[in-house]
Design a binder for this molecule. Structure first.
Ligand code: DP6
Length: 364
């Protein structure tokens, strides 16, 4: 598929109004997307686990605009957790600008967007992946109402394509259980334009993997992802990093198939630390981990060597720690978290999640 395949040319139906609701999950990258080119094209391929509980639910009500309402390019209201959220509007306005070429109906309707997250507000958990994918899916439902002929595959691909234009990692939130984004040698159907579900059969140990998110620092992110990606331009290690991500993706796909958990731990932790190393070695440089992040990492390493557990960690571009582990270690790891790690979480907060199956359409 090329960009032109996502340009809608003609709508068959003339829908006056409607309402649609999608629930879309967050995702956690195992091989990280860090660095991008023009138009939200990733500098390297990435792969993620789709989450289950951490999700955004968005209801989109749409009604045809009359001529007088058409002075503004786009018309929309926004409620976040039930209250108006003017500070989110510029990001959505920008998203509409980016997607207009592909879904020209966006300028014909007034939209009321009502959105809420399942995870606590300002928990430091990135809501852009779940938020942008939920909105993209709602817009695809409008497109489907205007052209019922579109297939499910096209629906999902284009939802991912649109979500990517809102936030890169959002294109990995449409489907589960693992999604690859970015061209690479190992997944022939992968694209820079949208995420694809990993079709290879995964070893049973990686099915039902758990992700417990330790909320170390719930404050505003020190560096936005957009600024972070930008720091990879002219970064002294950028080219090596992009090559390494490709190699790591290739290795990880084999690991996921053969069930090599030790290999998984080494690769996933190395990816997390490399992401942070890129930030520490850019100009300007940043340290996004907090002392508690490091204490948790050390505790995990001690726990692993004492017990032989397969628990490992990954990080986003922030201080929170994602603990990844197989389902059969759930009880023991949760006991370890309660006894040893909760003390490092802000207000003792953590979120238990697991691999999920992707977004779902809700009844209105
Ligand atoms: C560290 O998708 O938030 O989470 O495309 O600028 O919106 P934008 O960036 P974003 O970047 C996510 C970066 C990451 C790694 C990842 O999810 O792959």
């Amino acid at each position: 598929m090329t960009e032109n395949d996502f340009v809608s040319s003609r709508y068959i139906e003339n829908q006056i109004e409607g309402t649609v609701t999608w629930k879309s999950p967050s995702n956690i990258a195992l091989v990280k997307y860090w660095g991008k080119k023009e138009n939200q094209i990733p500098a390297n391929p990435s792969i993620s686990f789709t989450l289950d509980h951490c999700a955004t639910t968005t209801t989109l009500a749409y009604v045809k605009r009359n001529k007088e309402q058409q002075q503004e390019r786009f018309s929309f209201d926004l409620l976040f957790e039930g209250s108006p959220k003017p500070e989110f509007k510029p990001k959505i306005g920008k998203f509409f600008e980016r997607v207009e070429k592909y879904i020209p109906f966006v300028k014909d309707y007034h939209f009321s967007i009502d959105t809420s997250n399942s995870f606590p507000h300002s928990s430091g958990i990135a809501s852009s992946a779940s938020g942008m994918s939920a909105l993209a899916l709602c817009l695809m439902s409008v497109e489907k109402a205007l052209n019922e002929k579109i297939t499910n595959d096209y629906f999902n691909q284009k939802a991912s394509f649109l979500a990517r234009l809102g936030s890169g990692s959002a294109c990995r939130s449409i489907e589960g259980e693992m999604v690859v984004w970015g061209q690479n040698e190992d997944v022939k159907e992968a694209s820079d334009l949208y995420g694809v579900k990993l079709s290879q059969e995964i070893h049973s140990v990686f099915k039902n993997y758990q992700d417990t998110i330790l909320l170390v620092d719930k404050g505003q992110k020190q560096v936005s992802s957009t600024v972070g990606h930008d720091l990879m331009h002219g970064h002294p290690f950028a080219e090596m990093r992009f090559k390494q991500a490709e190699t790591n993706l290739s290795k990880l796909i084999k690991i996921l198939q053969n069930g090599d958990q030790k290999g998984f731990i080494e690769l996933v932790e190395s990816e997390a630390l490399t992401l942070h190393a890129m930030m520490m070695t850019s100009l300007p440089y940043f340290i996004l981990m907090k002392p508690h992040t490091l204490q948790i990492i050390n505790k995990i390493w001690e726990y692993r060597s004492a017990t032989g557990s397969n628990l490992c960690f990954t990080l986003d571009a922030g201080a929170n720690v994602h603990l990844l582990y197989p389902e059969n270690e759930k009880d023991t790891v949760l006991t370890f978290i309660k006894n040893e790690l909760v003390a490092y979480c802000e207000n003792g907060q953590y979120i238990c999640d697991q691999i999920g199956l992707g977004a779902s359409l809700m009844d209105n």
